[in-house]
Design a protein around this ligand. Structure first.
Ligand code: ADP
Ligand code: MG
Length: 543
């Protein structure tokens, strides 16, 4: 027997109901619901007796990834169904944090005798939900200053590294991502990489007009391949504008953690991070992403989206490869091991500070706990420098450029960097110390899932957030810094050995005969290197 509750308020003037219907739940036909759709929400009110406080559910269309209508194969049944898929933020059990959790709402429509009429009604609902959800994304886009949204339905190439992290990426795809993409109406082709540089070669040759986005489900290493593959194409300037999506599948998921952080969410477990990134991918909002051009002494040029590291951090990253089975915890283990054999790295570091008005941060001057000899940057010399270097850039693409080629191959030219063997202009800051414990250049917020190394960084601030730690720091103080980095509070610890500066370019000349330099967590040639940020060069599906 049905027992009716009060009629739901159908004429709320702020958020008027545009569609109203009474259906049963697909999963339990005994439960009848009044379903109202407004511009912002899907409101479900149980008409059958329900536990107190559980009778009404309001789901924000901002959290909706898709909605579809269908009939069951059973021809005897005239009913049709519509299912809406939501990923609302919910308070986590026994914790103060929130994370996205799946909430499917599926209704059975059987009011009419004609199965086609029921399906038409279900389709009308599904369309209405999808349209309103899309409009909610548009308003988000306007408020967030994001530039565009993926067209719908979208087609994605999804690249998975089956060897990433603990070798779980493919399983995570099967358990979480495939269903989410189907719910969102995203058609995708799964590409499982077979070896290192497979993705790079594939992306270099791919017909990009077939894809609305390239999505990487792996660690940061696979995205590094994809970005460099795009920039090696003759049509790099168009190719690099292909929206890129990231799903955490590796042990180093710095960009995935950053994207999650930009959406305003707090620290979550690896699995919750995956659901969060999956949701953001389905929502499909696209922003600019800075890339950093890295010149190596071999003449090679690379493009980087995350970090350059030398000293302690680079050593930990590479030495901890052997703890890969520990997943994201590998960096914690590696940090403790390295602390026991803490050493000093000798070298020369210099950088071009970002001007006051550059980047989104208002304090672009170096935030200096230690001392760096700071020469006031002069506008004129910076301009001359730009002119000078556009004529003398020491880039690998130059060698391949032939007479009369209208467009540079292999990415935009660097305008701030003199050739690597030439002295730096006077507006650069040369760090006086030559003994370091680490140098870390970041252009996203997170170096790894639990390392918020550059809390102020955004994907398109046009800044390199340079951190370095001078020699002389105690093991305890260094450990404290890394513990603070989990919450991103290391810059507030007043550590006298830590220096932070917002820069546009940097040069490093390591003097220790042996060592490791990593770019986005990948080892590159050890030796002198320099880097320059190219603001908003790539596109990122983000929060
Ligand atoms: P993790 O975060 O665990 O390091 P990554 O996705 O970053 O995982 O991958 C680590 C390295 O593996 C990268 O250098 C990447 O280029 C390489 N790689 C990609 N696909 C494969 C594969 N199929 N087999 C082995 N290595 C691969
Ligand atoms: Mg940045």
């Amino acid at each position: 027997m049905e027992q009716r509750r009060a009629e739901p308020d159908r004429n709320n003037s702020i958020n008027p109901v545009s569609l109203y219907g009474e259906f049963t739940l697909a999963g339990n036909r005994k439960v009848r619901c009044a379903v109202s759709l407004t511009e912002r929400d899907l409101i479900i009110q149980r008409l059958t007796l329900a536990p107190v406080g559980r009778s009404k559910v309001v789901l924000s269309l901002k959290d909706c990834v898709g909605c579809r209508a269908y009939r069951e194969d059973d021809n005897a049944d005239t009913a049709a169904y519509f299912a809406a898929y939501f990923y609302p933020l919910k308070r986590r059990w026994m914790s103060s944090g929130v994370s996205r959790q799946r909430a499917e709402q599926c209704f059975r429509l059987a009011a009419l005798q004609d199965p086609r009429a029921n399906l038409e009604e279900a389709e009308k609902w599904a369309r209405a939900v999808r349209e309103r959800a899309a409009r909610q994304q548009t308003s988000l886009r306007r408020n967030g200053g994001l530039m565009s949204a993926l067209s719908r339905p979208s087609r994605m190439m999804l690249l998975v590294n089956p060897q990433s992290g603990q070798g779980q990426a493919l399983t995570l795809y099967n358990t979480h991502i495939q269903r989410m993409l189907n719910e969102a109406g995203v058609t995708h082709t799964l590409v499982i990489t077979e070896r290192q540089n497979h993705a790079r070669e594939l992306v270099k040759e791919a017909d990009l007009s077939k894809w609305d986005a390239l999505v990487i489900m792996a660690g940061d290493g696979l995205l590094f391949e994809v970005i460099n593959g795009l920039l090696e194409r003759p049509d790099w300037d168009e190719a690099v504008r292909t929206p890129l999506g990231i799903l955490p599948g590796g042990s180093g998921n710095g960009l995935a953690a950053s994207v999650h952080h930009y959406s305003g969410a707090s620290l979550v477990s690896t699995e919750e991070l995956l659901v969060s990134c999956g949701f953001l991918l389905c929502r499909g909002l696209v922003a600019h992403m800075d890339l950093v051009s890295v010149q190596l002494s071999s003449g090679r040029r690379l493009f980087s989206f995350l970090s350059v590291a030398w000293g302690f951090v680079a050593d930990v990253d590479i030495e901890s490869e052997k703890y890969r089975h520990a997943g994201a915890a590998r960096f914690t283990v590696g940090t403790l091991v390295r602390l026991a054999s803490l050493r000093v790295y000798k070298g020369k570091l210099a950088y071009l500070p970002a001007g006051e008005d550059e980047g989104s941060g208002n304090n672009a001057a170096p935030h200096c706990n230690g001392q760096a000899s700071s020469a006031a940057p002069s506008r004129d010399s910076a301009l001359q420098n730009t002119f000078h270097n556009s004529c003398h850039s020491n880039n690998s693409h130059k060698a391949r450029r032939t007479e009369g080629t209208p467009r540079a191959l292999g990415g935009p030219p660097d305008s701030l960097l003199p050739p690597l063997d030439q002295p730096l202009p006077s507006d650069w800051v040369v760090v006086t110390e030559e003994d370091f414990v680490l140098m870390l250049a970041m252009y996203q917020s997170h170096l790894a899932e639990d390392l918020l190394a550059a809390p102020q960084a955004t994907s398109d601030d046009g800044l390199i957030h340079l951190l370095y730690v001078r020699a002389g720091i105690s093991r305890t103080a260094l450990l404290k810094l890394f513990l603070a980095m989990e919450k991103g509070t290391h810059l507030d610890t007043n550590c006298q050995h830590l220096v932070h500066a917002k820069v546009r370019a940097l040069r490093l000349e390591p003097h220790s005969p042996k060592g490791i330099i990593t770019v986005d967590g990948e080892v590159v040639d050890y030796g002198p290197m320099q880097a320059e940020v190219h603001r908003g060069l790539a596109r990122l599906i983000t929060g």
